[in-house]
Design a protein around this ligand. Structure first.
Ligand SMILES: Nc1ncnc2c1ncn2[C@@H]1O[C@H](COP(=O)(O)OP(=O)(O)OP(=O)(O)O)[C@@H](O)[C@H]1O
Ligand SMILES: [Mg+2]
Length: 363
């Protein structure tokens, strides 16, 4: 054992402590910084890979226990911060995809997609974005649903506007902001009562503009709410930027599952990692009997698809009236009813996504 209390001995007792998700030593991952020792008081900074780390309390406790084993330690003080790792650009010229261009300042871009419409992509995207922001992460939301943008309403920005500024390099958009999340959406630029009739090439231009001509600033996560299907928007996005991954939203119905399989294959084809599946509307919770649940669409579908396709199931969100009301009123359920089953499920999904992104970036 160590008989002196110094920088090296602190580092050595911390070496066996692992990040439970990455299964690697905190010391090797460079997560222990700024060790100081002052009269038996050991202080250091624990730098997590995401502010949304669900295991932070356990990691802190493990560190405390390890350091207290050293002789002469009177007190251990740990400051916890986070540094989200940046996704590497997976240059995959093998698939004929042209080189993707990073958006400066954005660390991880995550698509929320599905093969089928109306399964809850926007609901999941908005709540995941807000849940990540609630942990202290810097979060943006890009509404890639050009034809039917819903995110302004869902984020309580129905009456907001995006400021368009003319600069030397062209027009620059300033995102709207609410519930801790920066939002860019076609909904801010069009008359909401008019249908948007555009062709693919224009859509391509808009999505690129939403990526590269927006003053996003520094973001840990940019969540992209995709339109349904496997169309131009998916193609444009996956060709334009290196992505941390895609999340596929599905409902337990067989048709929805078949469609989500198609959506999933498309991302795999484009070499975008699949972070996992979210099963939405898994079961119904009656508002007057919140302890009951009814499997309207059958149960276990998301789990079965996830295991068949070899991707993780990130979580199941119940069908709850409060979730729909939260969307319509612009107060997402993770804000409006944070203790509801749906809010808890959505928060856990946000943490699971952040965890998977960290693992992917560090390995
Ligand atoms: N878990 C849920 N509980 C209750 N209502 C929900 C739930 N998930 C989604 N909804 C509601 O279902 C409707 C469709 O959801 P949402 O707009 O999120 O789906 P979407 O997949 O984004 O649709 P689209 O394909 O049109 O973009 C919305 O009114 C939303 O409030
Ligand atoms: Mg939507």
């Amino acid at each position: 054992m160590y008989d002196v209390l110094d920088f090296q001995s602190v580092l050595e007792v911390l070496r066996p402590v692992q990040d439970p998700e990455l299964r690697k030593s905190l010391v090797e991952l460079n997560m222990i910084r700024n060790i100081t020792i002052d009269d038996g008081k050991v202080s250091f900074t624990l730098v997590l890979t995401t502010p949304a780390c669900p295991l932070r309390e356990f990691i802190v406790e493990d560190c405390q226990k390890a350091v207290k084993k050293l002789p002469g330690v009177m007190d251990v003080s740990i400051e916890v911060t986070a540094e989200t790792p940046q996704q590497k650009n997976i240059g995959d010229t093998s698939s004929g995809v042209r080189q993707r261009t990073d958006v400066p300042g954005i660390k991880n871009i995550i698509a929320i997609s599905s093969g089928k419409g109306g399964v809850g992509k926007s609901t999941v995207a908005v709540n995941v974005a807000v849940a990540l922001a609630q942990t202290g992460a810097k979060v943006g939301l890009l509404d890639a649903d050009i034809y039917g943008p819903n995110d302004p309403t869902m984020l309580g920005l129905g009456d907001a506007q995006m400021i368009v500024r003319s600069e030397e390099k062209g027009e620059v958009l300033e995102p709207a902001f609410n519930h801790g999340v920066k939002l860019v959406s076609m909904g801010f630029l069009i008359d909401r009562d008019q249908p948007v009739i555009w062709r693919g090439p224009m859509l391509n231009g808009v999505i690129r503009q939403f990526l590269y001509q927006v003053q996003w600033g520094d973001l840990d996560y940019l969540i992209v709410d995709m339109p349904p299907g496997t169309g131009d928007a998916q193609l444009t996005l996956t060709q334009a930027v290196p992505m941390a991954g895609a999340v596929i939203v599905t409902t337990p119905q067989t048709v929805a599952l078949l469609d989500s399989r198609k959506g999933l294959r498309m991302f795999q084809q484009m070499n975008v990692p699949i972070l996992g599946i979210v099963e939405n509307m898994s079961y119904f919770i009656p508002p007057d009997m919140p302890d009951k649940q009814y499997d309207i669409f059958g149960s276990g579908g998301g789990e079965k698809t996830a295991s068949e396709l070899g991707v993780p199931l990130l979580g199941c969100v119940p069908l709850e009236i409060a979730t729909r009301i939260g969307g319509d009123s612009g107060v997402p359920i993770v804000v409006g009813e944070p203790d509801s089953k749906s809010a808890k499920a959505l928060r856990a999904i946000a943490f699971a996504i952040a965890g998977k992104v960290s693992v992917a970036a560090l390995t």
